[in-house]
Design a protein around this ligand. Structure first.
Ligand SMILES: Cc1cc2nc3c(=O)[nH]c(=O)nc-3n(C[C@H](O)[C@H](O)[C@H](O)COP(=O)(O)OP(=O)(O)OC[C@H]3O[C@@H](n4cnc5c(N)ncnc54)[C@H](O)[C@@H]3O)c2cc1C
Length: 506
């Protein structure tokens, strides 16, 4: 019997398999297809995801397929700049460029290769999960290959990472809550020749034009993407033909200046699963939520799901936590997805305003808000914090946010913090935190395998002040950080820390 079976080897399932494999969890991952989908869907990712790739040991292998995300400039009805989204300036809070573009098929291949080499992970490609039945101790999966050959597998837990049309979600009868966004858009990926590249905008652009809203994105190398609204009365299938697509692109490019890589019509919508767990089965990734791609967050959300769930599953499987910890997965992730989706929708509605007078009002309002001088806003500022779930209830502003990662100076040069401290429970202490904080942590050390690190330690010197600035900004002396890098609690006094640690231990 496997500890965990994962249905679907897309980015969500592959990251889940990798995180479980790192901990030696006996894992089965199966996918009905044998190859990585060869066209890009996701094009943007952020530093939180790069930190997960770092944990999997593939951040460097991803480097050839990623590039910094350019600013996104929003242009209004009269072609004036009305808004700008940027990346935060260095020093970067997670020790990675905060906002990247990437090539999805290449990235998925790197992920698959990494996971396939893990001794505790079995990868079954070309096997479709057709049904599952669960009882109090296990889940039995029915599998079928392309020749109709059937087999069975059992696992203590199942992760359904089987994409937007998830058959597991349907089999469990889990409904989707409609967060009310429903628009047809054409997505066009283009490989642009040298001549064409010179003509194109040098930053990403949101054309907030009521007659046809459109997004232009600068991908890696010569990859450029347009997301173009389909107007009422237009047939999405006809719009996705090469002829119709080139007609739409003619504002920017001619057919001899680029090669169409892929064009497809999508119904952009915003949906979230009403339940994320049924006994031993969890859903994650597109199976649990879908959102319009205006902030490039769909795949990122799926990776956040499994980064949240996997450390909890490992703790329960290794009998270091009770089953109740697994309920915090859905509580935390559903609320986060809903909040982020509402922020993504707001951007979509801003770009996609179809009423001319309302669009003019939008332009005037945005310009008035910034005093006529548009200030770039970092994309990462739209990320909400986790709430509820496995978090300290103090209400401190840091709780549920991502703890930063600094570069630490070593004899061999600068090294990212997680390489030194690992990805378990960590207690970071500010330079001024006295010995009482270390004493408060003693009892939790064995149970949580807690790693305690003081910024005052001469062997732990950061190069850029990211951690010290974080503590100063948050006004605390100690930060208790979960294995997924989210802050469990932030403390000003040792007794507060002691109380939080004793509440956390089973
Ligand atoms: C136009 C567009 C633009 C996007 N842009 C971005 C972006 O910039 N950034 C971003 O983060 N996200 C973006 N996304 C979203 C992103 O592409 C998806 O969220 C992500 O690919 C979903 O990953 P997943 O692993 O959850 O699902 P999928 O990639 O759909 O993988 C599911 C896997 O499950 C397998 N499967 C299904 N059923 C079964 C079964 N019964 N048995 C076995 N295997 C099964 C499938 O074969 C598939 O391999 C975009 C999406 C679109 C459409």
């Amino acid at each position: 019997m496997f500890d965990v079976a994962i249905v679907g080897f897309g980015p969500t399932g592959a990251v889940a398999a990798g995180l479980l494999g790192l901990q030696g969890i006996r894992t089965l991952v199966c996918d009905e297809l044998t190859e990585v989908y060869d066209k890009p869907r996701a094009i943007a990712l952020d530093h939180e995801i790069m930190r997960v790739f770092q944990q999997l040991g593939i951040a460097d292998a991803m480097a050839p397929f990623t590039e910094p995300f350019t600013n996104s400039e929003f242009y209004g009805v009269d072609g004036q700049l009305i808004k700008c989204m940027s990346t935060v300036a260095p020093p970067y809070p997670m020790a990675f460029n905060p906002s990247m573009v990437f090539t999805q098929p290449a990235m998925e291949s790197v992920l698959r290769q990494r996971v396939s080499g893990m001794p505790s992970v079995q990868v079954n490609l070309g096997q479709k999960v057709t049904a599952l039945v669960q009882d109090d101790t296990q889940v039995r999966l029915s599998l079928e290959d392309a020749h109709g050959q059937t087999s069975q597998a059992t696992a203590r837990y199942v992760l359904a990472c089987d994409g937007a049309s998830s058959s597991v979600r349907k089999q469990l009868g889990i409904g989707l809550q409609d967060l009310e966004f429903d628009e047809p858009w054409l997505v066009v990926d283009v490989l642009v020749h040298e001549k064409g590249l010179r003509k194109l905008p040098q930053v990403s652009v949101q054309y907030c034009e009521p007659q046809r809203p459109c997004t232009y994105l600068i991908g890696p190398r010569n990859h450029r993407r347009w997301e173009i609204a389909i107007n009422p009365g237009e047939d999405p299938r006809t719009m996705a033909t090469p002829e119709a697509t080139w007609k739409l692109l003619s504002r920017w490019l001619q057919p001899d200046e680029a090669q169409l890589w892929r064009q497809a019509s999508y119904q952009f919508h915003a949906l979230v699963a009403k339940e994320w767990r049924q006994q031993r089965v969890f859903i994650a990734g597109d199976a649990a939520h879908q959102q319009p791609p205006f902030l490039g967050q769909g795949m990122c959300q799926g990776i956040r799901d499994v980064a949240n769930l996997c450390w909890k599953l490992v703790a329960v499987i290794q009998q270091r936590a009770s089953d109740a910890l697994l309920d915090t997965y859905g509580a935390e992730r559903q609320a986060h997805v809903k909040e982020l989706t509402s922020r993504i929708k707001a951007i979509g509605q801003l770009v996609g305003q179809r009423d001319l007078s309302k669009a003019r009002e939008r332009d005037a309002r945005l310009l008035a808000e910034c005093g006529g001088q548009v200030q770039p806003m970092p994309r990462q500022n739209v990320q909400p914090a986790l709430v509820g779930g496995c978090l300290d209830s103090s209400g401190h502003a840091a709780v549920g946010t991502l703890f930063p990662q600094a570069w630490i100076e070593t004899g061999d040069g600068p090294v990212r913090m997680d390489e030194l401290l690992g990805c378990g429970w960590r207690l970071l202490l500010h330079t001024g935190a006295g010995p009482s904080f270390e004493q408060a942590a003693q009892s939790a050390r064995p149970c949580l395998a807690l790693r305690v690190q003081s910024l005052g330690d001469p062997a732990f010197q950061e190069s850029s002040g990211v951690l010290a600035q974080w503590f100063d900004r948050m006004g605390c002396q100690a930060a208790l950080v979960r294995p997924d890098h989210y802050v469990y609690g932030a403390f000003r006094s040792a007794p507060d820390l002691r109380a939080a640690l004793s509440a956390l231990q089973p």
